[in-house]
Design a protein. Sequence first.
Length: 229
Amino acid sequence: MNTEGKIVSNQAEEYLEAIYRLERKRGFARTMELARKLNVVPGSVTNTIENLERKGLVIHEPYKGVKLTDNGRKIASNILRRHRLAERLLTDILHLDWSEVHDPACKLEHALSPEILKPLEKALRHPKRCPHGNPIPTNCGGIIEEETMALTEFDAKMSGFIVKITEEKAETLKQLTRLKITPGERIEVENKIVPRGPLTVRVGNERCIIDHDLAAIIYVKKDEGEVRN
């Protein structure tokens, strides 16, 4: 069993990973957000957070939310590393569609020990990103992020290459597949009327309209030399 498995349960690992993801987005993870993400009742979240706080893995600040301690972040980064390598295993070796790998990877990540991870990485040819374009943490816990912008930050006529999709729900990824909005594709915002309204975008030769929430999970590397209007 891996070192982290001796410290926390599989359930606690799920919490630490969820807090890590939310903290990177918003600075804190709120109880209701965790409940929605983990599909549990808020009371269950409160009890687990208290347990993690007693173990020195999180800090709960009233009216703000939960943050990881250094030790908690180290464990969470390792869990995320296992999760994203599991996703690559499922897509690259078992040939599952990228929209189908998040949930099975959540189960598989708990079984990947350090002894398995090293040969797995070698077999996968040391991937840097998960199938959705998100960086795989290094063995030391570091994350190498490419400079990107959410598509919602783009003005009309701005363009670039899609780097990552930060939402891994199957229905969302299937929708993006239908629209051909996947990492590596070039995308251009043709029209943006209001700040939080829908965007008209072009991907290849296809034009489509996407809502603000969908655009917010699409991260793009802006074309070199391009400036805002």
